[in-house]
Design a protein around this ligand. Structure first.
Ligand SMILES: Nc1nc2c(ncn2[C@@H]2O[C@H](COP(=O)(O)OP(=O)(O)OP(=O)(O)O)[C@@H](O)[C@H]2O)c(=O)[nH]1
Length: 437
């Protein structure tokens, strides 16, 4: 798995939350109408219902109030006579006209009932009649403000739903009320009366109206509130996601920094350890000078860089076998270790020293001739002789030196130094011999 990839669990959590929120949002919007409206029902059977027709003025239409079960209405015959023949059903929905219903908070009205007429193109007039002491006169129904809507008969099948914002105050009522303080604004905050009548230009013939109830729907939770809640929930969710993502990346960053720190520490420790190991691998444990492998590297370096002149010094303890025999092998080891220390102190710059075998050591002195190092070697010889060794006799060493001015094989140079050492041994030891001496 990629280290900076968002964990699959987090992705699943976010995706399932998005799905849940989406279905909740869709369901809230779909079911909004069902659950966010409160319905007030007015049963016509509880009302005082009055029916009449244009015959009360100059018309010939005829009407009769009809009660059928829970429904009431009229049987009416529209006849020619009045310029606008009509039949009317008045529903007094409150006992007192001073205390009409306040319908101003309601959004819809549903009429349950039926309407039959000679033509499907007939209309039905529905008016919520407002009682207002400013212009309404007692017992004069025509002074109740008409908040009117005309509905088509073909749309009225068992019930019809009316949007109350479609109500309007008709011009003819305003003209009729001329001289009174009336305005053309819909007012339904004190409605004692619902009037249902045949529409303008009702078709001549039989009209039958039956109404069982009026439902008024009021918005409990306005749709704007629903949008606000949805936005709030989505906002919180997006905020939560941003929080999770930022916390996740902060942790990731910290882990990465910690890992990098750990890695640096491990690398440093490993480098130190490998440096230690390298030194350990190339160092003679007893004497602390280079071992053969260590010296091999130095010689290779000189070869590859064509270092010239180059002096090789072979140092060999004199009569070391006797020291071992007389003082013991352990004391012999201490003598060897002391010599190693002296030799390590002796070398400088790019010089190096190694244990060549047993009690024999080799010093490599690049860019120097015998003449240049002669005095230093002599000083070393004296230092060994005078060094405070753990035996009661001075320890001495013989030196064989060889220098190459021209490029020759290392093997040859060492042989030459070894030959010189042999000469030194044969010359009574504790002395320095150069090749050719
Ligand atoms: N204590 C000790 N002795 C060693 C070690 N390596 C080699 N020797 C001894 O060094 C001695 C070398 O003896 P020889 O080769 O005869 O040389 P020498 O006695 O020094 O005589 P010359 O070189 O001729 O002066 C042997 O007795 C080896 O056992 C070591 O690591 N520790």
């Amino acid at each position: 798995m990629q280290q900076n990839a968002v964990p699959i669990k987090t992705i699943l959590f976010i995706m399932s939350t998005v799905l849940i929120l989406m279905s909740a949002t869709i369901s809230a919007l779909n079911n909004y109408e069902k659950y966010s409206y409160e319905t007030t029902t007015i049963n016509v059977a509880d009302n005082w219902v009055k029916v009449y027709s244009d015959s009360i003025s100059q018309g010939n239409s005829w009407s009769k109030k009809v009660e059928e079960g829970a429904s009431q209405g009229f049987d009416c015959e529209i006849k020619k006579g009045d310029p606008h023949p009509y039949c009317i059903m008045l529903n007094w929905i409150t006992p007192s006209e001073f205390q009409g219903l306040n319908l101003s908070l309601y959004k819809y009205m549903t009429i349950h009932g039926t309407y039959d007429s000679p033509s499907m193109n007939d209309f039905l007039r529905v008016s919520l009649r407002q009682f207002d002491l400013g212009y309404t006169q007692m017992n004069k129904v025509h002074t109740y403000k008409y908040n009117l809507i005309e509905i088509q008969r073909k749309n009225f099948k068992d019930e019809i739903r009316i949007d109350l914002s479609d109500l309007s105050v008709p011009f003819w009522w305003m003209s009729m009320m001329k001289g009174q303080k009336v305005d053309s604004f819909v007012a339904i905050n004190n409605v004692p009366l619902i009037e249902v009548s045949t529409g303008t230009h009702a078709t001549i013939g039989e009209h039958k109206l039956r109404i069982s109830s009026f439902d008024f729907d009021r918005e409990v939770v306005p749709i704007t509130k629903v949008y606000e809640y949805i936005l709030l929930v989505w906002g919180c969710f997006i905020f939560l996601i941003l929080m999770i993502v930022s916390i996740y990346f902060a942790i990731l960053l910290r882990t990465k920094v910690d890992n990098e720190k750990n890695l640096i520490q491990i690398n440093t420790a490993l480098s130190l350890r490998s440096a230690e190991l390298e030194i350990f691998n190339k160092t003679d444990e007893l004497t602390g000078v280079l071992n053969r492998a260590g010296m091999q590297n130095k010689m290779m370096d000189c070869m590859s860089q064509d270092v010239l002149p180059l002096t090789v010094v072979m140092v060999d303890l004199d009569h070391f076998k006797k020291i071992n025999d007389r003082y013991g092998h352990q004391t012999g080891d201490v003598v060897l270790a002391n010599l190693g220390e002296l030799l390590n102190k002796f070398i400088k710059n790019d010089e190096s020293v190694s244990r060549f075998g047993g009690e024999e050591f080799m010093i490599l002195m690049p860019n120097q001739t015998f003449e240049m190092v002669k005095e230093r070697i002599e000083a070393l010889r004296v230092e060994i002789e005078t060094y405070d060794m753990p035996i009661d006799k001075p320890v001495t060493a013989s030196f064989g030196v060889a220098t190459s001015i021209y490029r020759i094989e290392f093997k040859q140079l060492i042989e030459k130094a070894d030959n010189a050492l042999y000469v030194a041994k044969n010359n009574g030891r504790n002395c320095i011999k150069h090749e050719g001496d």
